[in-house]
Design a protein around this ligand. Structure first.
Ligand code: 4NP
Length: 161
């Protein structure tokens, strides 16, 4: 695996992006310490309402039921410096992507921003989805977690290639 630093971004950094970070971290551990050591993962929100907070309780509970512990994560807001600090920024939906791109200081410079769903494997039950639905509003924490697991599997495959 190539050395890579990846930032997952959603709106509040208490549901989708910390879950993506935690699931991807678990995937990386499956790869083994040598490969996983080359990957830096973080998450942030475009909004600042929940800065300093742990992930949303119901999201944590759904994740914990599948073995992902995100209790230690704390929300932070996306910052312009993140364009230079990461190799790749993965947005959960088109609004997140637009909000991030709107802060890019200079076109063509800094980390590319893509949708996390771009990595969905063709065989995924969610193939074709173009965003990660926000369970803070849908209340479907398990569904969003399943989609994130498939996106993370596709990302792992892309990084391992
Ligand atoms: P997230 O969900 O973007 O997946 O963390 C949200 C959580 C909280 C709020 C918005 C989205 N909020 O406005 O408080």
């Amino acid at each position: 695996m190539k050395t890579a630093s990846i930032l997952f971004v959603c709106l509040g950094n208490i549901c989708r992006s910390p879950t993506a970070e935690a699931v991807m971290r678990a995937k990386v551990e499956e790869l083994g310490p040598d490969l996983g050591a080359n990957l830096v993962l973080d998450s942030a929100g475009t909004g600042g309402w929940h800065v300093g907070e742990a992930p949303y309780g119901p999201m944590q509970a759904a994740a914990r039921a599948r073995g992902y512990d995100m209790a230690g994560l704390r929300a932070r807001q996306f910052a312009v410096a993140d364009f230079g600090a990461f190799d790749l920024i993965l947005a959960m939906d088109a609004q997140n992507l637009a909000d991030i791109e709107g802060q890019r200081p200079q076109a063509g410079q800094g980390a590319p921003v893509r949708l996390f769903t771009d990595y969905l494997p063709a065989q995924s039950a969610f193939a074709g989805a173009d965003h990660v639905p926000d369970p803070y509003y849908t209340r479907d924490f398990d569904g969003t977690l399943s989609l994130i697991e498939d996106c993370a599997e596709g990302l792992r495959t892309a990084l391992a290639g």
